[in-house]
Design a protein around this ligand. Structure first.
Ligand code: SF4
Length: 374
């Protein structure tokens, strides 16, 4: 079992908070599609013996910026070069990119899951984020995608927008629930140095919400979605029963995947690596018959800490037996004192070999993980 991730490194405009790899210069978009297809053929043996491809994920950037023929070209190249038994194929979309025709064409290809970048239902907030869509377009795309027949709809939301109270956020959550999405991903608005927000903050023109305010909004998120029947299967991801993202769950559980496109990461089950994050250089390397992929060096300690950090965020938690058998780290023995303290504080719980966070602990996930590191 394995997956393929395709990074589409273009966006219509730059959102003020975003530090992903993307370019708003789309003059080489068609060449990029050709080079992603070339990379697919060049690296088709990367996942050798790892079982068939079960999930495909188009992320970005903005994959919905691709024309249907461009999307089809990549899709067909995957099918032609890999043993595929597709169970889930996701495409990240911005609400203003798709119409009923393109949605139907995507479904016909085999894409059955849309992850829609809603972020907020308040136009003033969307404008502040420099999003290219408005709230009305979000509501329309959800209806169109349902009508077209998409099996699973996921909505992305941002919390932590600085404001006098939690009214905006509560309204966003209420509007979201009215749309009955199968899946919701929600991340906190954070300020990264190389973004517009980072520049504004440095100049004193913007101030991030306080940690307490962000934590309160996270608690509202957890409470509201839990009450509405969503399962928080990862700290930032909530889904109805049977609507967990298979691709992302596999990623968190350590299933191998091949990442294509500038900046994409790959994991073959033992080694991790990444592609160069530069559109022009990525194209040039492939044109010259070279590879944009570079293996990362991970020490045994890095692998242990990475497993702890990633798995603690999920509802399955850290499997101490797996950690002992695969990475030779006896967590219950090495961190007995820390585990006991966290249990007494009500932030960790143990069931058999598994260690998971309580709702209270989810607010402190990174801190708790760091205390369990080797
Ligand atoms: S559309 Fe997505 S990837 Fe592009 S700038 Fe906005 S947040 Fe970043």
């Amino acid at each position: 079992m394995s997956g393929i991730y395709i990074h589409i490194p273009f966006c219509l405009q730059a959102c003020t908070y975003c530090d992903f790899h993307f370019s708003t210069n789309r003059s080489n978009q068609s060449e990029m599609v050709d080079m992603i297809c070339l990379e697919l053929t060049q690296r088709k043996n990367y996942l050798n013996n790892k079982g068939p491809i079960e999930t495909i994920y188009f992320g970005g950037g903005t994959p919905s910026i691709l024309s249907i023929p461009q999307l089809k070209k990549i899709w067909d190249t995957i099918l032609d070069n890999f043993d595929c038994k597709i169970q889930e194929a996701t495409l990240e979309a911005n609400p203003d990119d798709l119409d009923e025709h393109s949605l139907t064409e995507m479904l016909a290809l085999g894409i059955d899951r849309l992850s829609i970048g809603i972020q907020s239902f308040h136009d003033s907030v969307l404008q502040f984020y420099n999003r290219s869509h408005n709230a009305k377009e979000s509501l329309e795309i959800i209806k169109k995608a349902r009508r077209a027949g998409f099996k699973t709809l996921s909505m992305d939301l941002i919390y932590g927008f600085p404001s006098k109270d939690h009214g905006l956020w509560e309204k966003d959550l209420a509007t979201t629930l009215e749309q009955e999405p199968d899946h919701i991903s929600s991340y906190c608005l954070t300020v990264e140095p190389k973004t517009a927000l980072g520049v504004w903050e440095k100049k004193g023109e913007f101030k991030e919400a306080s940690e307490d305010f962000q934590a309160e909004q996270f608690e509202i998120l957890q409470k509201t979605l839990n009450q509405a029947g969503y399962i928080q299967y990862e700290i930032s991801n909530f889904a109805k029963e049977n609507a967990f993202s298979l691709h992302n769950s596999n990623y968190w559980k350590g299933t191998p995947y091949l990442g294509l496109g500038p900046g994409a990461h790959s994991y073959d089950g033992e080694h991790r690596g990444h592609n160069l994050s530069h559109n022009g250089k990525y194209i040039k390397l492939l044109k010259n018959g070279e590879s944009p992929f570079q293996e990362d060096f991970l020490s045994p300690e890095d692998r242990i800490n990475e497993y702890i950090l990633t798995s603690l965020r999920t509802m399955w938690g850290i499997n101490a037996l797996w950690l002992k058998n695969h990475l030779n780290y006896e967590l219950f023995i090495k961190k007995a004192k820390e585990i006991k303290t966290f249990q007494e504080q009500g932030v960790l719980q143990i069931k058999g070999e598994c260690i998971t966070l309580t709702d209270k602990g989810k607010l402190l996930a990174d801190y708790i993980a760091s205390k369990l590191f080797i």
